[in-house]
Design a protein around this ligand. Structure first.
Ligand code: UGA
Length: 431
């Protein structure tokens, strides 16, 4: 099949590249000409392990191309996939400006039947709005499909090629075989439903995962007070298949471009129909507070932070990405600066992005984790990059001014800490 994918962010670029792997021809479209030039040079605008090799292979083999000409790309395609951003408006609602702009342009380009498939995360009812908008601009026939995306940054290619499930929302049942064919080879678990339910599945899934995280973080906070170990608790809970073992890692809370945005949007979606989503509001509240637990722990160990030197390990919202959007590190670093600390920052790849968003004379940028720890009163681990597990903690302790290690992601075991001389403080585990 011939596809045009509108938007070359995480969702658009990764899906576009992956759809070439099961035999489709894909044009990835973006308004940003610089992005398109970069992609044509086989450079990815996003950091995602494995993506550049796939871009190169598929460009060479002629199954993939990049264009900033939306209308021409639409004309050459059978299926048009909407994968543009839906950022948050100040009140939390999803901003549909890019979706509507792209839909209008698609309508203007149409010269015959098209399937228009939405992969962007959009509030319930948006696909129907898209249908009305396109119908008002063209007489050509088309169908609308909602196909929400569940990929994670850092494992986006694997998640797309081997997803737990594919959700397809449609109202023209005749499209089901085409949709199955489009996703051929990815998974047998194709869940076909109506359009509104498909839109809701995306929000409900992200909200549920965010709930699991806030839930285990609150359990961790209680564990600290009653002397239990949250990693043991999560291990024992997770063996119950009804609960599941994943997304029960306690820490400083979730960040990223999806959970914060989608939880707020779902609260708004509910609010718009006069329903107060109390549980989800608490999930968001708990998450906002959890990151500041790092600051409280620093106070407990060091007292005042004025003039203290604090090393920070990890600025990305999670490992294997350079994405710092809504990263808990941001507010933690800002709070440290406000309290008068000197902050030494290290991240394997996200430091540049972080610095573009926030810099301050009290910040020191470090090229190595060890450098950020040297001369520090405390080191705070904020992102669970695997390289932090390999650091020689014995040596490290000797280079610090005071030997405090705050592990915001429960990366280390007791055995790794024993004998290092470090005062080790983690989340929800006995010290
Ligand atoms: C998330 C979902 O996992 C994807 O299924 C979804 O497609 C995506 O949002 C989206 O809507 O586009 P992502 O934001 O890439 O994916 O990252 P996750 O791996 O889910 O992690 C999100 C945050 O939760 C990170 O800050 C991570 O550190 C935190 N987390 C995750 C925890 O604190 N504890 C856990 O047990 C798991």
């Amino acid at each position: 099949m011939k596809l045009a994918v509108i938007g070359t962010g995480y969702v658009g670029l990764v899906s576009g590249v992956c759809f070439t792997l099961n035999g489709n021809h894909v044009i990835c479209v973006d308004k940003d000409e610089q992005k398109i030039e970069k992609l044509n040079r086989m450079e990815s605008p996003i950091y995602e392990p494995g993506i550049e090799a796939l871009i190169e292979m598929n460009l060479r083999e002629g199954r993939l191309s990049f264009s900033s000409d939306l209308q021409e790309s639409v004309r050459r395609s059978d299926i048009v996939i909407l994968a543009v951003g839906t950022p948050s408006l100040p009140g939390g609602e999803a901003d549909l400006r890019y979706i509507e702009g792209a839909a209008a342009e698609i309508a203007q380009a149409m010269e015959g039947y098209k399937i228009i498939m939405t992969k962007s995360t959009v509030p319930v009812g948006t696909n129907e709005r898209i249908r009305q908008l396109i119908s008002s601009l063209t007489n050509h026939p088309f169908d609308i499909v909602s196909a929400p995306e569940f990929l994670r940054e850092g494992s986006a290619i694997r998640d797309t090629l081997h997803p737990d499930r594919i959700v397809i929302g449609l109202d023209n049942q005749a499209l089901e075989p085409t949709m199955r064919e489009l996703h051929k080879g990815f998974t047998e678990n194709v869940f076909v439903t109506d359009i509104r339910s498909a839109e809701m599945i995306k929000y409900a899934s992200n909200a549920f995962l965010a709930t699991k995280i806030s839930f285990i973080n609150e359990i961790a906070n209680i564990c600290e007070k009653v002397g239990a170990d949250v990693t043991e608790v999560a291990g024992g809970m997770g063996m119950d298949q009804r609960i599941g073992a994943t997304f029960l890692q306690a820490g400083i809370g979730y960040g990223g471009s999806c959970f914060p945005k989608d939880t707020n949007a779902l609260i708004q979606i509910a609010g718009n129909v006069d329903y107060e989503f109390k549980l989800l509001k608490s999930v968001v509240e708990v998450n906002k507070g959890q990151r500041f637990m790092i600051i409280s722990k620093l106070h407990e160990s060091l007292g005042s932070l004025r003039g203290a030197v604090i090393g920070i390990w990890g600025l990305a919202f999670k490992p294997n990405t350079d994405d710092v959007r809504e990263a808990p590190a941001r507010e933690i670093v800002e709070a440290l600066v406000a309290e008068g600390a000197i902050v030494k920052l290290y991240d394997p790849i996200a430091a540049e992005n972080f610095r573009k968003e926030y810099d301050h004379p009290q910040l020191r940028w470090c090229g190595l984790a060890e450098e950020a720890a040297e001369g520090s009163d405390a080191v705070c681990l904020l992102t669970d990059w695997s390289q932090f597990k390999e650091i020689n903690l014995h040596q490290l302790a000797g280079t610090m001014r005071r030997q405090v290690l705050i592990d915001g992601r429960n990366v280390y075991t007791k055995e790794q800490i024993e004998g290092t001389g470090l005062e080790y403080i983690s989340v929800g585990r006995p010290q």
